[in-house]
Design a binder for this molecule. Structure first.
Ligand code: SF4
Ligand code: SF4
Length: 327
């Protein structure tokens, strides 16, 4: 079994040095009892996309957890670009979680570490600008919808073909190129598609289900939401899609922006409480993995958000494919 090494990638102090200081602040650092559940077996390594790509221990789940531990015990000298880079590169896909025989709660660990980084590390200017762009756009479906029109024109007018053929695309910053490559095929129908609505008129539905639309999902993948509503109706559920719902805070939480995440979670909890649903169905992977969404039954609040707490009481219809209580 190969033990992780960090010496080549982050500035380290000797772990045994007495009195060495943690680089975390006191507000919810990654919990040592969770870190210590990792037994370094390495079963997670082949499932991790970043490790598979680069074969760098510090870009594996095991390496990242070890790095969290070193930072807590004073083994890392400072929260610099290299340290932060290993956590930035984590996709948050949680493939490592299902592979882990030790039940390591990697999601909680990475969320806490990223919040620490957000508070205690100043990113370079370009990084900050890029993140500003992301956070001013992606949690706002109306803004995304407005952005769709020029993007649709870019795809359909031949401009995209020209950019690719001429090599001009290669001159764009790497991050913009990546975003361009991830852009789905757009249509004008998507631009004007209404929110999905339930047509279920059964007198006694089996459940009243609220559907969380997701910010990017409702704009770019509205068909998935419409299909979810159809499936729920076929299962005999009454579907409620509150039109006033905003961002659930997943994007902010995954980026370590804890205050923004908690505020968004509080707002969406209120929206779903008002709609008196039994459960909330989430079909977008990012929102579903967030888990700071409440579930309600008979109007009773099961999750009361308070600073620093989270709970996963929603039913996830998304990538993990868990069954609904209708079956
Ligand atoms: S969440 Fe995904 S990218 Fe991050 S460590 Fe786990 S498997 Fe790797
Ligand atoms: S599979 Fe779990 S216990 Fe094993 S190294 Fe990965 S995170 Fe640690």
């Amino acid at each position: 079994m190969t033990q992780p090494t960090a010496q080549q990638t982050v500035p380290v102090r000797a772990l045994e040095k007495p009195g060495a200081l943690s680089i975390y602040d006191s507000h919810h650092p990654p919990a040592m009892e969770l870190i210590d559940t990792c037994v370094h077996c390495g079963f997670c390594l082949p499932t991790c996309p970043t490790y598979t790509l680069w074969h760098e221990e510090m870009d594996s789940p095991r390496g990242r957890i070890y790095l969290m531990k070193m930072a807590a015990e004073g083994g890392v000298a400072r929260m610099d670009e290299q340290f932060v880079g290993h956590f930035d590169k984590c996709l948050g896909c949680m493939a490592c979680v299902t592979a882990c025989p030790s039940g390591v709660q990697y999601g909680k660990l990475i969320e806490a570490t990223r919040a620490q980084i957000e508070r205690n590390h100043r990113r370079p200017l370009l990084d900050r600008l890029f993140r500003k762009l992301i956070f001013s756009l992606f949690p706002y479906p109306k803004r995304l919808r407005w952005m769709m029109l020029p993007l649709w024109f870019y795809q359909r007018s031949g401009l995209r073909w020209l950019m690719r053929k001429s090599g001009l695309l290669g001159l764009l910053p790497e991050r913009l190129r990546s975003m361009e490559s991830l852009l789905p095929e757009l249509s004008l129908r998507m631009l004007f598609a209404p929110l999905p609505r339930s047509g279920n008129t059964q007198l006694k539905p089996r459940l009243r289900v609220g559907v969380l639309l997701g910010c990017v999902q409702r704009v770019f993948f509205g068909d998935v939401n419409a299909a979810t509503v159809r499936v729920l109706e076929a299962l005999g559920c009454e579907v409620v899609v509150p039109p006033e719902q905003g961002c659930c805070g997943a994007l902010a939480a995954h980026a370590g922006q804890e205050p923004e995440a908690l505020e968004a979670a509080r707002r969406i909890i209120e929206v779903f409480e008002r709609s008196s649903v039994d459960v909330i169905a989430i079909n977008s992977a990012g929102c579903g993995s967030y888990g700071m969404i409440l579930s309600l039954r008979n109007g009773r609040r099961l999750f009361r958000p308070s600073a620093g707490t989270s709970a996963n009481s929603s039913r996830n219809l998304g990538s993990r494919g868990r069954s609904m209580p209708c079956d």
